[in-house]
Design a protein around this ligand. Structure first.
Ligand code: SAM
Length: 242
């Protein structure tokens, strides 16, 4: 029997209409649809893809052992995540070995901080694999914030809010343009750095861009405890009056 093929599909930043025609075609053709999801959560990637699914497709949720704040040591967070990704890859491999194609959904783009990478690292050498890019959250956020992000030869830095405060300060000093992702509980630290560097007038905040519940507010008005993981701060490049 022929083995199934693995498709890593970028489903876009949230709005179900922001999926590419190619991803949609592969999504609808696959007998199995795999997606990462937090415990007791609906899963953003699945939520974006759901309007496009057929009723007879097999859903394969890959449920994270931990969601939200990282448990402190002695809990071996990295080890637990590695074991989870191994197990998730074996679940997907089971379907592929049985000859069923698997569409693995990925929020935004699969290779841009996308969790599909962990399946790809484990399975792409074993099974025929294709990756379909998606609209990533950085450009979706710029669209909903109605701000051009970079002009001409400006440099864009993409940073994770999880970086230590000193490193963020170093990287953001003299910045031309930046996207700061992975806010959540890191928001207060990131805002402190932005204020310290005098960047607050340029910084724009959005959460859940293009999803239900999208929210845009001035940075100063955000209550840190309300900030979800799916949020971002953009510092657009200075406008070039072309
Ligand atoms: C693990 S990364 C996934 C990135 C995704 N693969 C992409 O291409 O955009 C998760 C981070 O992406 C950002 N993000 C994803 N979707 C978003 C959205 N709809 N609105 C704002 N930020 C989003 C958040 O900063 C979040 O912490």
């Amino acid at each position: 029997m022929n083995e199934g093929r693995l498709f890593g599909l970028g489903v876009g930043p949230g709005d179900p209409e922001l999926i590419t025609l190619k991803a949609l075609r592969y999504l609808r053709a696959a007998p199995v649809v795999a997606y990462y999801v937090g415990k007791d959560k609906r899963g953003n990637a699945l939520t974006s893809a759901r309007p496009h699914l057929r009723p007879d497709q097999i859903l394969l949720p890959l449920v994270y052992p931990v969601t939200g704040k990282k448990p402190a040591p002695p809990y071996d967070y990295e080890g637990a995540m590695r074991a989870f990704y191994d197990e998730a890859a074996e679940q997907v491999a089971g379907h592929l070995e049985a000859g069923r194609d698997v569409a693995a959904l990925c929020e935004g783009d699969p290779f841009f901080y996308g969790s599909f990478m962990y399946l790809h690292d484990r399975l792409a050498d074993r099974f025929a694999t294709e990756v379909v890019p998606g609209v990533c959250s950085v450009v979706a956020s710029a669209s909903v914030l109605r701000t051009p992000l970079v002009y001409r030869d400006q440099r864009l830095q993409v940073l994770a809010g999880t970086l230590p405060e000193e490193r963020l300060t170093e990287l953001l000093s003299g910045v031309e343009a930046a996207a700061i992702m992975k806010l959540g509980s890191n928001f207060e630290k990131v805002r402190r750095v932005i204020v310290k560097l005098g960047l607050q007038a340029r910084a724009l905040y959005v959460e859940r861009a293009t999803m239900d519940g999208e929210r845009i507010r001035p940075l100063a008005e955000i209550a840190p405890e309300s900030v979800p993981y799916f949020s971002m701060i953009l510092i657009p490049g200075e406008r070039w009056r072309g």
